[in-house]
Design a binder for this molecule. Structure first.
Ligand SMILES: [Zn+2]
Length: 485
């Protein structure tokens, strides 16, 4: 790097660090601002300079669902063994750079949401941050429209893939049970080490897929011999032979014990800092939090083992972290199951087809088959132009067959919600409440009223809606009702 360039980067670094310090003192600037300032004073190349100061390097975690939870658990694990800088719930390069404005740390751990190529510049992020790890949770359809522009699934998948495309060292971590992340991994095997994680348990998702799953290579329909959660399972393309790889680490046993789940992890994982393969054989307790979160845990454990500089700690670190894990680690909109008077309520965000389905499956695994044919569903719809998300939701609703579907707009368009309702009522008993987005309190009150007046013993409230503004508020108000009762 030329001297003038180095000076520029150092100046940007000092200004960025100073603003980060001021934010800590509570000056009210956003958490992305120091990164923004750094990029304004320096250049994209200066990010490279910052990134090169990390002892081991950066890890970037992306995917459709479970990014935040996987990132948080990864941070809890790695922080026990190494000095970290991190952030989660971030979708911009500014947030990552803010994290990199730090001194003397071993690893950077960053969640990075990618909706489309234009907004996320995934390949640029990879080039300038130069990560030693890119981690994929899962990929399913969402954001079929971004800022008024169509975002077809193929492009959405491509955007996720680009985040690891420029990598020439380190480890790419993929979910073997997800054909889309496996496809990305298969394409990286000649450049870097690729580590796959997956389930190997008896549990099976018997409900139909929310849509056909196409082979990412040739476009034929994939055939599943077993499905764990929607499109995640054991698959094969009978046309080109693309299939689910043998995972390097597997979750081999799951014992459900009321509010504690015991899981067994087995395998052998490549550790980047020591350049060694490490055998894994562990049994740990977890909170009862659904199959989708088992994937998040497995993803985090895999990332931790791949990057801990102290492999001798692995057993203790994982055991201690899992023992102290509780539901507060999950995002505010998370699906939770609780009892109000004599009714069981499952409530929380299900923004895309995959997430809504995971919620239904969690309710079934928690309360048993009894909920089938005895559950009312309060469904909050997607927005205008999100027909593909609705299709996936509708497929889950149709196969679950609630005794009643109460339809409420989850986003801004009441017109779109009404159209979705018209489709639902053709095959399921349903009613509709056209409440505007701006009057969120009324929406929340209506949902509480519907829960209260429902004659069903089981009620699921899920679909689209803003994380805190709707789900966070709704849940806390329903639970305060629980305390008063
Ligand atoms: Zn194929």
């Amino acid at each position: 790097m030329a001297l003038s360039q180095t000076v520029k980067c150092r100046t940007a670094e000092s200004a960025g660090k100073l603003s980060k310090h001021l934010i800590k003192l509570g000056s009210g600037m956003g958490k992305s601002y120091p990164g923004h300032l750094f990029l304004k004073l320096g250049s994209l190349n200066c990010v490279n300079y910052l990134a090169s100061k990390l002892g081991i390097g950066s890890i970037i975690i992306t995917g459709t669902n479970g990014k935040t939870t996987s990132t948080k658990i990864t941070i809890l694990l790695l922080a026990k063994d190494a000095k970290l800088t991190y952030n989660y719930e971030s979708n911009t390069i500014n947030a990552i750079v803010t994290g990199l404005l730090t001194s003397k740390v071993d690893l950077g751990v960053f969640e990075y949401g990618i909706r489309d190529i234009e907004h996320a510049i995934p390949d640029t992020v990879c080039k300038i941050v130069d990560p030693v790890g890119v981690v994929y949770t899962n990929i399913s359809r969402e954001h079929s429209q971004v800022s008024g522009r169509k975002n077809p699934f193929k492009e959405y998948l491509k955007a996720k893939q680009l985040l690891s495309t420029p990598m020439k060292r380190g480890v790419v971590i993929c979910n073997a049970d997800d054909p889309r992340t496996t496809y990305i991994g298969k394409n990286k095997e000649q450049d870097t080490k690729v580590t796959y994680y997956g389930l190997d348990i008896d549990l099976e998702d018997k409900t139909p897929l929310t849509g056909d799953v196409f082979c990412p290579i040739c476009g034929e329909n994939l055939v599943y011999s077993k499905r764990y959660l929607n499109h995640r399972g054991i698959y094969e393309c009978t046309d080109c032979g693309f299939n689910r790889p043998e995972p390097d680490i597997k979750l081999t046993k799951l014992i459900l014990e009321n509010d504690i789940w015991w899981v067994t992890l087995n395998g052998e994982i490549y550790n980047y800092p020591t350049d060694k393969n490490l055998p894994i054989d562990l049994k740990v307790p977890l909170p009862a939090f659904g199959i989708h979160n088992l994937y998040n845990l497995l993803c985090a454990v895999t990332t931790y083992i791949s990057f801990t500089p102290n492999p001798e700690n692995i057993k203790n670190t994982i055991s201690e972290t899992c023992e102290s894990l509780d539901l507060s680690i999950l995002p505010p909109g998370r699906f939770e199951i609780f009892k109000v008077k004599n009714k069981w309520i499952g409530m929380g965000q299900g923004d895309n087809g995959d997430a809504l389905k995971a919620n239904i499956q969690f309710m079934e695994s928690y309360l048993g088959e009894e909920i089938n044919g005895n559950t009312a569903f309060i469904y909050t719809t997607p927005d205008e132009g999100e027909d593909e998300i609705f299709e996936d939701h509708y497929s889950s609703l149709s196969s679950f067959k609630p005794v009643m579907v109460h339809v409420i707009p989850g986003r801004e368009s009441i017109e779109a919600a009404k159209n979705y309702y018209e489709i639902i009522k053709k095959s399921l008993p349903a009613d509709f409440y056209p409440l505007p987005y701006e009057e969120m309190d009324k929406r929340i009150d209506k949902i509480r009223e519907l829960v209260k007046e429902s004659t069903s013993k089981y009620i699921i409230v899920s679909g689209c809606g803003p994380e805190d503004y709707m789900w966070g508020n709704l849940k806390s108000r329903c639970k305060s009702q629980k305390k008063r009762s």
